[in-house]
Design a protein around this ligand. Sequence first.
Ligand code: SF4
Length: 240
Amino acid sequence: MMSATARWVHRRLLDHYGHPTWESNYAPVHELIGTILSQHTSDVNSERAFRALMTAFTSWEAVRDAPVDQLTETIRRGGLAVVKAQRIQAVLRMLTNSDGRVELPDLRRMRRKRAVDLLTSLPGVGRKTAACVLLFGSHVAALPVDTHVHRVSRRLGLVPALTSPEATANALEAALDPRQYYAFHVNLIRLGREICQAQRPRCEVCPLSERCSTARPSQVKLNDRAGRAENTAESRRSRS
Ligand code: SF4
């Protein structure tokens, strides 16, 4: 049932938004560091921090070896700069090979589980960040579950209300064809930003309302309260 509904959601979002253009301009290490910078901040701020990082340093080795205060100052606009600077340098040190170069093994040549295990063994890298690196950086099938995908999936009833982001990722990946992951991810985030917003879902214009388990206004209000409580708890955890 969940698979059928997930596939219906995918088709309906394709009808509504179209097939998203593939946007993946970064190498895996860039994607990894960029996703760490995006934790707990807006896209605008994380992109500013990433651009500042790329302007200030000419290599990942230079980022790794920089005084941490300099790196913190460089990425300050991304928020949580002290934590992120330490985390980025720790990750880059762990990815340093015997020649002293920062190198992420080719994830496309690994079994997917091994690639996920490798990425999630890095400091501050959780399932969502690993999925971003796989999907956007390496073109390996993975479905990142950010706060929008998580919230909308629960509201739709694709997963039970208290399902964790990790369990939501497992359920969605099992329900969909891997070739559908990218479009589903991008379109569900768009729906979450534009229509199924955290505080005030606009069910009256939602293309998914006919099969949404919380579409009725009275239920949406209840769901909002539950969603806010969950979002607050969620925001305390690492986004990754
Ligand atoms: S019907 Fe309402 S609660 Fe359901 S997905 Fe659409 S906007 Fe969100």
